[in-house]
Design a protein around this ligand. Structure first.
Ligand code: DGY
Length: 326
């Protein structure tokens, strides 16, 4: 069968596809252009796509033979899953394998903004570190501060586990509370959004992007945060209204932000790059050699199983397709 792989994977991982199928791989270190994607998809049965690709009804209509879309990543807001379902196409993602890696980066952002790590590095490199003084580069403690988690799913839970080492009480908001046992383990208390926003010293976002979460953190929500609190986002950029964030940073109604994702990624909202109290990373939540190897392996597992017309391990729509997951 024929498959399109829209980003480079390690060769031993790709070799597992090559032995069974004919594949076209985007070898460039950049996402496939939309036109190239539309041109290439026409005769493919399988697609292994990246989170930077828009996989919509237009693309699916160009691919009458397409039966399996394996996403290289856990977030799948760039894929129109209902459109795939209505065309009988299975869709999968790669949950679990990047949870620890993304949770680690969340802690890195919390520490970076609290202790002004990036700003301090720039100062030292540029020769502006001249002497130690009592008030030089004061940051804020992390240990013992309250961590607010919006979305206590797999990644949020791992962030909370790491925060225990910093003796941070957790306030969290979810659609539903987690079990009492997990709350005890994490020292976590369920609260409404307003309470989490207004009482936390760090507010960390771990929701997936959907119509409920788009723009979830806007002007009103930012206004609830303490002027000493930091916003951390490693989920999806459009969860935060970036214009409102720039306004809050400019008016100093929050203390800073640690971001890995952006509303109009990779573009930054004008003004955002000016703030020294922000750490801005280029969407690297899962960017370790280990996590990317696990993601590639799992995406290929899903692709191969789907192309064999069986149920992929991480199928997102098999139940809706009327296929038994068991
Ligand atoms: C994902 O898997 O959704 C991540 O954002 C990729 O880094």
């Amino acid at each position: 069968m024929k498959a399109l792989v829209t980003g480079k994977l390690l060769e031993p991982i790709l070799a597992r596809v090559r032995v069974e199928h004919e594949i076209v791989v985007n070898e460039a270190e950049r996402p496939m252009e939309r036109e190239a994607l539309l041109d290439q998809i026409g005769d493919k049965e399988g697609l292994l796509c990246m989170i930077s690709d828009r996989i919509d009804a237009e693309l699916m209509d160009r691919a009458p033979r397409l039966r399996m879309i394996a996403n290289y990543g856990v977030g799948y807001d760039h894929i129109d899953v209902p459109a795939a379902t209505s065309r009988g196409i299975m869709v999968s993602n790669t949950p679990g394998v990047l949870t620890d890696t993304t949770a680690d980066l969340t802690l890195a952002l919390i520490l970076a903004v609290a202790r002004r790590v990036v700003e301090g590095d720039a100062t030292t490199r540029s020769g502006r570190f001249r002497q130690w003084t009592p008030f030089h580069f004061l940051g804020t403690d992390v240990t013992g501060k309250t961590l607010g988690i919006i979305g206590l799913g797999q990644i949020g839970t791992e962030v909370a586990r790491r925060a225990r080492a910093f003796r941070m009480p957790i306030l969290y908001h979810n659609r539903r509370p987690v079990s009492a046992e997990l709350e005890r383990e994490l020292n976590a208390t369920f609260a409404d959004m307003e309470t989490v926003l207004s009482q936390s010293d760090f507010v960390s976002l771990h929701v997936s992007l959907n119509e409920q979460s788009r723009g979830m953190i806007g002007r009103a929500e930012l206004a609830l945060m303490k002027p000493t609190a930091f916003l951390i986002n490693v989920s999806r950029g459009p969860v935060v209204d970036e214009l409102a964030l720039v306004e809050a940073l400019r008016n100093e109604t929050i203390a800073g932000a640690g971001l890995d994702v952006y509303e109009r990624e990779p573009a930054l909202t004008p003004g955002l790059a000016e703030f020294k109290n922000c750490c801005l990373l280029p969407h690297v939540g899962s960017a370790t050699i280990e996590a990317r190897t696990r993601m590639g392996t799992l995406a290929v597992d899903n692709l191969l199983v789907g192309l064999a017309d069986r149920i992929p391990p991480n199928c997102l729509n098999c139940t809706d397709l009327g296929r038994d997951k068991a």
